[in-house]
Ligand binder design. Structure first.
Ligand SMILES: [Zn+2]
Ligand SMILES: [Zn+2]
Length: 395
C-alpha cells in the first residue's frame, strides 16, 4: 500500500485521536492526560518512548534496512486558555481551555506517522525521531526538551533535519510551502524607568518618567527605522505602559513592556545590544535612568530550501501538484525552530490546509470559533511520512 492509502485507511483512527485531544485540552506543561494518552497509543503500536520536560515525549523508529540519517518530526500538544464557542460534537469539555491552534491535529497526525513508519521500517534507512512537545504557546517546550537531552548533546545532536506541519484555515486538501523566512524571533523587552516624583505644577523640580516613556514610544520606532536593514522584516510593539497614580502627581517610576520580532539573526543581535543602550540614553537625557531587561524568546524560523524541495516532491508524488500552494511567512513565532539549534540543523514547517467555508471552517487560529475540516488528517499524516522517508532515503 502507498503511504497515502495507509493514511486513508487510518482515517477513523486519526479522527478519533484528534477528537479525543480536542475534547480534553490541556495548557502548556499541564499536558499530563494528553501525554498519557499518547503513551498508551505508542505502547499499542509496540513503540517505546522517553520522557522530557514534564510532559514531552520522544520516540525513535529505526530502519530495519540499515543505518543512515535521523529526521526529527515534531508535534506540539498544548491548548490555549480560551472558551470554545463552536457547536462541534467534539467541543472542549474543559471550561476555558481549547485547542484553538490545532495542536490536536498535529498530535493525531504524528501518531499516524508513528503507525506508518513502524510498518515500513524496511523501506527507509536511518531513523525517525518523533517529538511530542509541550507548551508551544508559551513559555516554550522545545528548549527545555533540548536542554534535557531530547536530541542528545547539542554540540553533537542525533538529528540531521527537522520536519513539522501547522494546520490553519487555508483550503483543505492543500499544503502551503514557503522557502526561507516562515516565522520570526519574538523577544521581550522590559523597561523600568526611574524618575523623581513631584507635583504636577512643578515639573522642573521633578523628573517625569511618564514623559520619558512617551519619548521612548515614539523614539524607539524612529531609532529602528534609521538603524536596521529594512530588507528584513522586523517590528517592535510597545504592548504595555504603566506609570503614575493621579492627574496632578508626577510619578516616580514607569514601566514599559515590548515585543521585538525579527527575521534575521544579524538584526536580532544588533538590536539586542543597541536598544538597551538607546533606551538608557533617552532616559538619561531627560534626567532619569532606565533598567532594561532583554529576554530572548523563540528563535527565527527559516524554512530550508532543500528540505522544502523534498516535502514538495514527496507531496506531489502522493497527490499531484495541485495540492501545493505558495505559503506565507509571518511575524508570529514558533518554538519548533528551536530544534534547528540556531540554524545548525535544517528545518522546515508547512501549513496544512484545514479550512472549508462550506462547513463553516473559516476562522483563524486562536479564534474561539477555530475548527478544522478533519479531511486534512490523512493528508497531514501522508505528507509528513512521505517527506521523512524521502529525506532518509536520499541522504
Ligand atoms: Zn498558536
Ligand atoms: Zn500553533
Amino acid at each position: 500500500m502507498t503511504i497515502r492509502e495507509i493514511s486513508e485507511s487510518l482515517r477513523d483512527k486519526l479522527v478519533e485521536w484528534r477528537r479525543h485531544f480536542h475534547m480534553y485540552p490541556e495548557l502548556g506543561f499541564e499536558e499530563v492526560e494528553t501525554s498519557k494518552y499518547v503513551k498508551e497509543q505508542l505502547t499499542e503500536l509496540g513503540l517505546s518512548y522517553k520522557e522530557y520536560a514534564k510532559t514531552g515525549l520522544t520516540v525513535e523508529i529505526e530502519s530495519s534496512a540499515g543505518p543512515g540519517k535521523t529526521v526529527l518530526i515534531r508535534a506540539d500538544m498544548d491548548a490555549l486558555p480560551l472558551q470554545e464557542d463552536t457547536d462541534a460534537v467534539y467541543k472542549s469539555k474543559h471550561d476555558g481551555k481549547m485547542h484553538a491552534c490545532g495542536h490536536d491535529t498535529h498530535i493525531a497526525c504524528l501518531l499516524g506517522v508513528a503507525t506508518i513508519l513502524s510498518q515500513k521500517r524496511s523501506e527507509f534507512k536511518g531513523k525517525a525521531l518523533l517529538v511530542f512537545q509541550p507548551a508551544e504557546e508559551g513559555p516554550g517546550g522545545a528548549k527545555p526538551m533540548i536542554e534535557e537531552g531530547a536530541v542528545g548533546d547539542v554540540n553533537n545532536p542525533i538529528h540531521d533535519a527537522c520536519l513539522s506541519l501547522h494546520v490553519d484555515n487555508s483550503p483543505v486538501n492543500t499544503i502551503s510551502l514557503k522557502d526561507g523566512h516562515l516565522t520570526s524571533a519574538a523577544d521581550e523587552i522590559y523597561i523600568d524607568i526611574k524618575g523623581a516624583g513631584g507635583h504636577g505644577s512643578t515639573p522642573h523640580k521633578a523628573v517625569d518618567p511618564v514623559y520619558i516613556a512617551g519619548q521612548l514610544i515614539v523614539g524607539l520606532q524612529g531609532f529602528i527605522t534609521r538603524t536596521v536593514d529594512p530588507m528584513f522584516p522586523h517590528i517592535l510593539t510597545v504592548g504595555k505602559v504603566d506609570g503614575g497614580t493621579r492627574h496632578n502627581i508626577i510619578a516616580e517610576t514607569a514601566r514599559m513592556e515590548c515585543t521585538l520580532r525579527t527575521t534575521n539573526r544579524d538584526t536580532r543581535t544588533q538590536l539586542s545590544k543597541s536598544l538597551p543602550t538607546f533606551i538608557k540614553q533617552i532616559a538619561e537625557a531627560h534626567g532619569g535612568s532606565a533598567e532594561v531587561e532583554f529576554g530572548f524568546g523563540y528563535d527565527i524560523g527559516n524554512n530550508d530550501i532543500e528540505l522544502n524541495k523534498i516535502v514538495r516532491e514527496a507531496a506531489i508524488a502522493e497527490y499531484g501538484p495541485e495540492i501545493i500552494l505558495e505559503g506565507e511567512g509571518t511575524l508570529g513565532a514558533e518554538d519548533y525552530f528551536e530544534f534547528g539549534l540556531g540554524g545548525k540543523i535544517p528545518a522546515t514547517m508547512f501549513w496544512l490546509g484545514g479550512g472549508n467555508p462550506e462547513k463553516g471552517m473559516t476562522h483563524d487560529n486562536h479564534s474561539n470559533f477555530f475548527d478544522i475540516d478533519e479531511d486534512c488528517l490523512p493528508m497531514g499524516t501522508t505528507v509528513l511520512t512521505a517527506a521523512a522517508m524521502k529525506y532518509l532515503n536520499s541522504n
